[in-house]
Design a protein. Structure first.
Length: 179
C-alpha cells in the first residue's frame, strides 16, 4: 500500500490534484473533508469530541487501507508543530501495516491561492471560501512548511494544471498509471 499524503494551505489544490492522481492510477481519494462532514452533524465543528472522532476516523481508515493494501491519496491541511502528532501517527499506522507513505507539499503564490479560495467548487464541501478565513489561517498557523522529520516532494502548482501536478507526483514516486 502507498499513501500519498498531500498537504498545504487551504485552496492550494489538494483535492483537485488528488482527484487527478486517482484518474490516472488505481488510487482512492480520502480527503480531509470526508471525515469532517461525517462528524459535523453530530458534534459542533472544533469541539473536543468533534476533533477526537475526526482523528479516529482518519487514522482507522488509513490503517485499514494499509492492512488491505488499498492505495490512497490523503489530503490534509498541515499546520507545522500543531499537527506533528497526527503526521507521526499516520506514518506509524501505514508503516506498521506494511505500507509506504509519500509526502507532497503543494504550494502556490499567495495571490493565486486567494483566487482559488473564492471558486464555487469549494462551497460544495463547505470549505474555507473567503479571503477573511484564508488570511486568518495564514496568520494563525504555519501552513507552508514541510512536515518534520520526513522528506517531502514540494511542488509549486501556481502555473501547473492539476493533471501535470499529478503526473509529477506519479513519476516521482514511481506509481503505475492506469492503462
Amino acid at each position: 500500500m502507498k499513501l500519498i499524503f498531500i498537504y498545504g494551505s487551504p485552496a492550494v489544490g489538494k483535492l483537485t490534484v488528488a482527484k487527478a492522481i486517482a484518474a490516472q492510477t488505481d488510487f482512492k481519494v480520502f480527503h480531509n473533508h470526508l471525515t469532517i462532514d461525517a462528524v459535523k452533524p453530530v458534534f459542533e465543528f472544533g469541539t473536543k469530541s468533534f476533533w477526537k472522532l475526526v482523528h479516529q476516523f482518519r487514522i482507522e481508515t488509513i490503517a485499514e487501507a494499509a492492512r488491505e493494501n488499498v492505495d490512497l491519496v490523503y489530503t490534509f491541511c498541515y499546520a507545522k508543530d500543531l499537527d506533528d502528532a497526527h503526521v507521526a501517527e499516520t506514518t506509524k499506522v501505514v508503516e506498521e501495516n506494511g505500507g509506504e507513505i509519500c509526502f507532497v507539499l503543494l504550494t502556490a503564490e499567495k495571490t493565486e491561492i486567494e483566487k482559488r479560495v473564492l471558486e464555487e467548487s469549494r462551497l460544495k464541501f463547505e470549505k474555507a471560501a473567503s479571503l477573511e478565513l484564508l488570511h486568518g489561517f495564514w496568520e494563525n498557523y504555519e501552513l507552508f512548511s514541510p512536515v518534520n522529520e520526513r522528506e517531502s516532494l514540494i511542488i509549486d502548482n501556481t502555473n501547473l494544471s492539476p493533471e501535470e501536478t499529478a503526473k509529477r507526483i506519479i513519476e516521482h514516486f514511481k506509481i503505475t498509471e492506469n492503462g
